[in-house]
Design a protein around this ligand. Structure first.
Ligand code: TXA
Ligand code: MG
Length: 335
């Protein structure tokens, strides 16, 4: 159900959940300072209570009520907020432990979407908002995706159009003296290093380096339990079209996804069904369309999805590959 901004404010004030647009992906929002509401978020998503939520604020001064900021964290907020950057900081007492999964740190972000910002402004309190998808599934980048992903359980949604970034925010841990990226996103390591003038580390979980072991065909392949951001149809990753076309795994019942319209033409000439992530192959366009194409591909109910991605994990492509390797049941990409 689509609702107005006024209705969303009223529902949130009552402790209900609503889905709201941000520039990255749609979020499933509820009052961050109300433990009861926060529990509803975990319940609706089917999210393990060990996985903490991001708290959304409008600006640095609101962040200061919720977390302990040092000079570096203030500088980061001044440069990158509002925008697709989440920072992890030592929490203050106001933040319930339900939000942080029992941790003494909290993740904060000021989203850059006029609807989300207006709602925060009117509520005068922070919103917890994970991506508005059932746990481990592809994140929504349009209001329609939310209805498709949740079915009857879909939360009331404010339609803010398609998300312009299309991938979740970069998560930067600032709790010790070495800034560390926990989740790559549109704000890249290079962006952060240039702006801050210091080294930024990549966290240990960025891009699963171990190639996932292949599973036999079937929807409920055991490998799916390790997947995040995942379509329902098993997803296989390939480093090039040549390798894919020679692969014994490929059948006419499968759907192929490539990066550019040109690559799609080549595949279609060989009589395979194919979708392209972009027209041009630009990294921004690929990132913006990634989840939307995965959701579209899922709806076709093919046996398997094969995605060909030949770019190296640099810049924004690092974030795309991070999500893809986590979504896939098998990856033949060497990173
Ligand atoms: O772009 C985004 O960040 C979207 C929009 C809605 O703002 N939100 C989002 O939330 O992606 P979610 O819950 O899907 O992802 C939150 C990420 C998880 O990887 C979680 O582990 C990490 O942030 N996180 C949250 N709190 C943390 C903490 N205290 N320490 C370390 N990581 C944390
Ligand atoms: Mg998520």
């Amino acid at each position: 159900m689509l609702i107005s901004l006024d209705d969303a404010v009223a529902r949130l004030n009552q402790g209900d959940l609503v889905a709201l647009p941000t520039e990255t992906v749609y979020g499933l929002a509820g009052l961050a300072l109300q433990a009861i509401t926060v529990r509803k978020i975990f319940e609706l998503k089917g999210r393990p209570s060990t996985n903490p939520l991001i708290v959304h604020v409008n600006d640095l001064s609101e962040a200061e009520n919720l977390a302990k900021l040092n000079d570096l964290s203030k500088r980061v907020c001044e440069i990158f907020w509002p925008g697709p950057l989440t920072i992890v900081l030592p929490k203050k007492d106001l933040i319930p432990l339900e939000v942080t999964a029992g941790n003494q740190t909290v993740a904060l972000r000021a989203p850059n979407h006029p609807i989300f910002r207006e709602i925060l402004h009117r509520l005068k309190q922070p919103l917890a908002a994970p991506s508005a998808n059932p746990s481990n599934r592809t994140s929504p980048t349009t209001a329609t995706h939310i209805a498709e992903l949740f079915g009857d359980m879909a939360p009331p949604t404010v339609d803010g159009g398609a998300c312009t970034v299309g991938l979740e925010s970069t998560v930067l841990d600032l709790t010790n003296n070495k800034p560390t990226i926990l989740r790559p996103g549109m704000i890249t390591r290079n962006d952060l290093q240039l702006a801050l003038g210091e080294e930024v580390l990549l966290g240990p979980h960025i891009i699963q380096r171990i190639n996932k072991v292949g599973q036999t065909a079937g929807d409920q392949s055991p490998g799916m339990s390790d997947c995040h951001y995942a379509p329902k149809t098993p997803l296989f990753l390939h480093a090039g079209t040549k390798e894919l076309l020679e692969s014994a795994q490929l059948s006419r019942k499968d759907l192929i996804i490539v990066c550019t319209a040109e690559e799609r033409n080549v595949i279609e000439q060989k009589d395979f069904s194919c979708l392209a992530l972009s027209i041009s192959g630009s990294e921004r366009e690929i990132a913006r369309n990634l989840y939307s194409v995965l959701i579209q591909a899922d709806k076709k109910k093919r046996r398997r999805l094969h995605l060909v991605f030949s770019h190296s994990p640099k810049g924004l492509n690092r974030a795309v590959l991070d999500r893809l390797t986590k979504a896939a049941v098998q990856s033949n990409i060497q990173i």
